[in-house]
Design a protein around this ligand. Structure first.
Ligand code: SAH
Ligand code: SF4
Ligand code: F3S
Length: 434
């Protein structure tokens, strides 16, 4: 049996795609291996969302080529968004044997066979139908507790800064029956949490099933199976979805709601189809129905033409909402996007970094406030395994997605336990077993 090694970069959807690739190639006689030194095929499943993500992968390709030149017969494959975006440029580098875009994974067995005869292979065709709905992913998570399930692929929004619609193609939803079947499979295999994945989960639609109905169906698999999801677009998150969360104790109280900017002028240039007021109204609605709901976000600092006034709007919004945590980025121009074609990338790099650091500092304070408010409270958490820092402790998240750690020798991954928060940092609740 040949051995396949995959390094995965980018978002959770890529993690799940790599699991699909393992499954497809397992049937073609490739076993999964976790050591690059033993691999016959070395792959990277890549991300193009920011320039630094791509730079990191070019460096990995050079590292892969050390193996490729030392051990004749070793093949190097580039999968995912960067394969889709750079296409021939990757092939022409002479450093890779296979370039395969996100919708071409079913052809990997034949691409590998052809490449092994010495001619590099490429397939970057995008599809309007492919969802890999019938494929049972080979789970690669370490704990056997929490699994990703892709419910849709692609994206039909055209946020002006974003490369994803170009690398992932048009939006399509997966057959709801295969999603529920996969959730059942996970539960039967011992998993206790599934995260439903899509770039814009609220636009999920398969026949009569919208996202709220899908949540209902997956939540019904077992009361012991937690359900999470990402990502919600502020424009599209519906009242029904929030009500469905409220109706099921096993749908986690956490919504990742990327705001991107607090300035209406910038939001419009970003082609986000909501305003700051709409966003704040959604937050109010969520908190009215789900008072304990964790709220997290993404934000971009220094988008084209952003002034200090726009930046202050973002800071004010962060102050007002008080997110539990956030992913924060400097704007990175992506070739071919609307913003790259239409707007100069005119905020100097040093100024982008300065604004980003200001947001990070503010958010650090807000996170700490949020975690401190939990001191004295009790939460049910799902045990994920030993804590990274201290093997005598276990870790797991509460419903709101906050990481908890506590000393425990009597439970194991997959158990539900109740813990009491004694202290915290700005990213972890330090607890004791109740
Ligand atoms: N579909 C999700 C986002 C997917 S990309 C949504 O609409 O919210 C993940 C995050 O990367 C985005 O939320 C955004 O904050 C960031 N991002 C995307 N393109 C970027 C770019 N060109 N520069 C910097 N950050 C970017
Ligand atoms: Fe990109 Fe916007 Fe689609 Fe998210 S919704 S993936 S930011 S285009
Ligand atoms: Fe990156 Fe592609 Fe995901 S660009 S963020 S891996 S959809």
């Amino acid at each position: 049996m040949k051995k396949l090694y995959i390094e995965t970069y980018g978002c959770q959807m890529n993690v799940n795609d790599s699991e699909v690739v393992f499954s497809i190639l397992e049937r073609a006689g490739y076993g999964r291996c976790t050591s690059i030194d033993e691999a016959d095929v070395i792959m990277a499943n890549t991300c193009s969302v920011r320039d630094n993500a791509e730079q990191r992968i070019w460096a990995r390709i050079d590292a892969f080529n050390v193996h490729r030149s030392r051990r004749p017969g070793v093949l190097v494959g580039i999968l995912g968004c960067m394969a889709e975006r750079l296409k021939d440029e990757l092939l022409d580098s002479g450093k890779v044997d296979i370039v395969a875009g996100p919708d071409s994974y079913r052809t990997l067995p034949s691409l590998l066979e052809a490449a092994s005869l010495g001619t590099p292979q490429i397939n970057v065709e995008l599809s309007r139908e492919e969802t890999y709905g019938d494929i049972r992913p080979v789970r690669t998570d370490k704990n056997g507790v929490s699994a990703f399930i892709s419910i849709m692929r692609g994206c039909n929004n055209v946020c002006s800064y974003c490369v994803v619609p170009y690398t992932r193609g048009a939006e399509r939803s997966r057959d709801a029956r295969t999603i529920v079947r996969e959730a059942c499979d996970c539960f039967a295999a011992g998993y206790r949490e599934v995260t439903l994945l899509g770039q814009n989960v609220d636009s999920y639609r398969w026949k009569d099933v919208g996202f709220a109905e899908l949540l209902d169906m997956v939540a019904a698999v077992s009361p012991l199976l937690r359900v999470r999801f990402a990502t919600s677009n502020p424009q599209d998150i519906s009242d029904d979805v929030v009500r469905t969360i409220a109706a099921h104790p096993n749908i986690c109280r956490h919504i990742h709601l990327p705001v991107q900017s607090g300035s209406n002028r910038i939001l419009e240039k970003m082609r986000r189809r909501y305003t700051r007021e709409w966003y704040l109204d959604r937050v109010r609605f969520i908190r009215d129905l789900l008072p304990d709901c964790g709220l997290t976000t993404d934000v971009i600092a220094g988008f084209c033409s952003e002034t200090l006034v726009d930046h202050k709007d973002t800071l004010d919004l962060f102050e007002e909402v008080g997110f539990d945590s956030a992913f924060m980025f400097c704007y990175s121009e992506r070739p071919g996007t609307l913003a790259a074609r239409k707007y100069p990338d005119d905020v100097p790099a040093a100024e982008k970094t300065r604004r980003l650091e200001e947001i990070i500092a503010l958010q650090g304070r807000k996170s700490l406030e949020s975690y401190r408010r939990d001191i004295g409270k009790s939460f049910e958490v799902l045990v994920e395994g030993p804590s990274k820092r201290n093997p005598a402790q276990l870790c797991g998240r509460n419903s709101a997605n906050k990481m908890c750690v506590w000393t425990d020798s009597s439970h194991k991954a997959g158990d539900y336990v109740t813990v009491r928060v004694e202290d915290c940092t700005s990213a972890t609740l330090l607890c004791s077993l109740e």
